[in-house]
Design a protein around this ligand. Sequence first.
Ligand code: ASN
Length: 591
Amino acid sequence: MAAAGETPPAPRLQRLRSSSLSHESLWGSPEVWPAREEARARVLVLNTGGTIGMAGSECDGGLAPQANKLVEALKKMPMLHDAEYAKATKFYDSCALPESTLVLPLSKRKKRVIYSIVEYSPLLDSCNMTTDDWAKIAKDLETYYEQYDGFVILHGTDTMAYTAAALSFMCENLGKTIVLTGAQVPIYELRNDGRSNLLGALLIAGLFVIPEVCLYFHHKLYRGNRVTKVDTGSFDAFSSPNLPPLANAEVDIKIDWGIVWRATTTKKFKVHTDMNRNVGLLRIFPGITATTVRAFLQHPMEGIVLETYGCGNAPNNRPDLLEELRQATERNVVILNCTQCLRGSVAPTYATGQDLAHVGVISGGDMTPEASLAKLSYVLAQSQLTWKEKKQMLCDNLRGEMSSMFTGNQSSLSNSIFIKVMTKFISLNCKEELGALIPSLACAAAKTGDMDALKAIEEVGGNLNCEDYDGRTPLHVASSEGHVHLTEYLLKSGASVYGKDRYGATPLMNAIEFRHMEVIQLLRKTGAHLSKEELENAGTKLCLLASKGDVDGLMAWHLAGVDMEHADYSGRTPLQVSLPNKHLKKFLIKR
Ligand code: ASN
């Protein structure tokens, strides 16, 4: 037995050591294999600037970003870099960007978060950012998407809500976690919020698959397109007035999985970097002149967010104003109505609001002005759409930026009849306990291929991306079983192709293992890919299959995107170790 505090050797490893296969052939080179006993996540940090990395004072020109300083400073902060582990292991071996790679101390979930930092040049105070900077971030996310499990964007707080909202639209079919964060006080100062904000963002991006563009600040994770900066002098600088936080990082990090937004598609991640710049924000105020409104709406303006009073009201005793708005909408200038109030939404309660709708102004529901502007800029850049289609798209809920009551109904677990009946039936005395059964029910349904059961669970608001006790999701199970239609249904219901079970396996690895070719193709189409580590070990697996003449097994790896020329640990390729089998050789040569 291991002594207290000592880690007992994993039984699986022990078994392998005594088997006839050498451990190198199964686990890679000796200096890396001990670390396999703990899971690792790779996070890419894009440092765009902001106060978190600033220095200076009011008397010497004010705070400004400092280049080439952050990585070295982080290396000296034990909570953000485990120097001992870094020295003892080649933890950065399979990182795309090893030069500036750091590692967090082991998390409570027994996972290492390894993170690489890319520093932008120049680093910016976020007030200096433009749509070109959003496009640069989006392109980097696309470039490195397959090489990292999650992403953190360091950003100034002043325009962070705008960037978060813009990126939420620019990132299409997102399947991984993207977290923006920053600080109110530079990380180099004694009392600062940068350290805990960065740590929280890294843990969330590394440990959880929350396929949204999020914003993490002061122990809370928000949906990026729901936030607004509300305080210049508090560490609690952001508010998400119309949606509760996605997660609270207190003693534990508690995710509210029921509200996590998911792309319901079988399309791959891509970014849309073209944003329309002929958009603007116009805040109505008592006495605003028709000349001001006319000037604001003139060519080349294509769309504006009109910030109105209360629940979307503007003066209706001002025919000159209404006439300017009417003429603009007739010229196909889109006018999106948002409230000036921090919380609440546009509603047809008053005549003063209804008269705006009569001149062609569209309701923005409960969207923030930041999200409305970003949505306008994104939608108006969709050159393949007609004006009518663009207007419809503005009313649709694209990324959870507006509440569902403005676009259609969404069921919720807490008020469903299903839950009530089940609660009575199983004699549980609280709904949460039944909610805890959902993962097992959903995985069982996925195992037997019971689409109706899955639909029933979904109808009552059950999360089909839930994890069972082994971290396995219904998609893992359906992929292992080869249920193609069920897999497709789960993907279209928002299931993530990037979930890893406690053994580190993704649905794609499960489908490869059980050779379900159609499922492999479907998962690949949706953006599933092997990690760098899995690809590095693929050579050994391929050689093993080739030496047994297993064409099906090889085909599964091939469909998963693996090159048949991958060599094993000794440098031999599958072709070199394959049996003298004509079909097999032909297969390997053709690929
Ligand atoms: N001016 C800074 C910025 O937005 C404010 C901050 O980051 N706290 O870059």
